[in-house]
Design a protein around this ligand. Structure first.
Ligand code: ADP
Length: 304
């Protein structure tokens, strides 16, 4: 049976001042999915997640976690859910391992199993050497990993992460991505919010976009990416190019002697540009998107 890990039905939230943060959203996340929740600031993502995690009171609608109604069977629903908020909200004076054991205790997990789980996740997240260190002495990256370990210590079937890699360096981001991919492969359903399209592209198979309290798109990541029209990339080159330099079959513009702008249509791969440049004896030293693709995507969707 393909059970939904999360089912949201006609969910509404009106804040006290009359602001409609969610205007009746419907969302299904199947078990095993890696799901991205995208949306500009103020779209309603945190409100939706807050309601699912019982941190925000809904105005109306229903939420089911692994088929358990959050209103009628809150404990069963909550046992299946792990949350990794963006802000560090553990007690910095507590030792790392105790943070995990105590958290498992809140979910009624017996001490021995809590200890075993804590050890398992601390090792997986490379925090074991810090197990007996008060959390406030950890580096920023370690604190983030501790938040993830804490979200998993009661072995939830659904893990929700609010911008898990906001502001972290590339190496730490890769580590987090690999870890999340692994637990998803092992069966944990994951929902994350992100501001990085690359993150959704790399990790997720499904995506919903929230805008002004409505879900305006709910599709596979592949389909979403395919709707992106032309991508423009800026390439920094190792050796100088002439001002009339062109690459066959691609639209290019020479910005200066070491910088080339390349347009890539939906059916073209930027990798091919690298191969062609290489055949001209050119190495690319760095590459970046000319524009923020996620912002472009939002703009396109909202315009329609
Ligand atoms: P996102 O997470 O996508 O940035 P939020 O869910 O935080 O969006 O916010 C959705 C809307 O609800 C915004 O207009 C925001 O200002 C408003 N909002 C969020 N929290 C509160 C609150 N506690 N009281 C009043 N308005 C709020």
């Amino acid at each position: 049976m393909n059970m939904n890990a999360l089912e949201i039905i006609n969910l509404k939230k009106v804040y006290r001042e009359g602001l409609e943060a969610l205007k009746g959203i419907n969302l299904s996340v199947k078990q095993g999915e890696f799901f991205a929740l995208l949306g500009p600031n103020g779209a309603g993502k945190s409100t939706a997640i807050g309601i699912v995690c019982s941190l925000v009171k809904k105005t109306s609608g229903q939420v089911f976690i692994l088929n358990h109604d959050l209103d009628k069977a809150p404990e069963k629903a909550k046992c299946n859910l792990g949350l990794v908020p963006q802000e560090f909200n553990f007690n910095g004076f507590e030792k790392v391992i105790n943070i995990l054991i105590n958290q498992a205790g809140f979910y009624g997990i017996p001490y021995d199993r809590a200890k075993k789980n804590a050890e398992y996740y601390l090792k997986k997240l490379e925090l074991w050497p810090k197990a007996h260190t008060p959390a406030r002495f950890l580096s920023g990256g370690m604190k983030r990993r501790l938040m993830i370990a804490r979200g998993l210590v009661h072995e939830p079937k659904l893990l929700i992460l609010d911008e898990p890699t906001a502001g972290v360096d590339i190496e730490a981001r890769r580590f987090t991505w690999d870890f999340l991919k692994e637990i998803n492969r092992q069966g944990t359903t994951i929902i994350l919010t992100t501001h990085y399209l690359e993150e959704a592209e790399n990790l997720c198979n499904q995506v919903a976009i929230i805008h002004l309290g409505n879900i305006i798109k709910n599709t596979s990541v592949k389909e979403l990416i395919a709707t992106l029209p032309t991508q423009s990339y800026i390439l920094d080159l190792k050796t100088a190019i002439p001002f009339d330099f062109v690459i066959p079959e691609f639209h290019t513009r020479v910005i200066d002697s070491h910088t080339l702008e390349v347009d890539c249509l939906a059916n073209q791969a930027i990798g091919d540009v690298f191969i062609i440049l290489k055949s001209f004896g050119q190495d690319v030293t760095s590459l970046r998107n000319k524009t923020n693709r996620l912002e472009e995507l939002f703009l396109n969707l909202v315009k329609k």
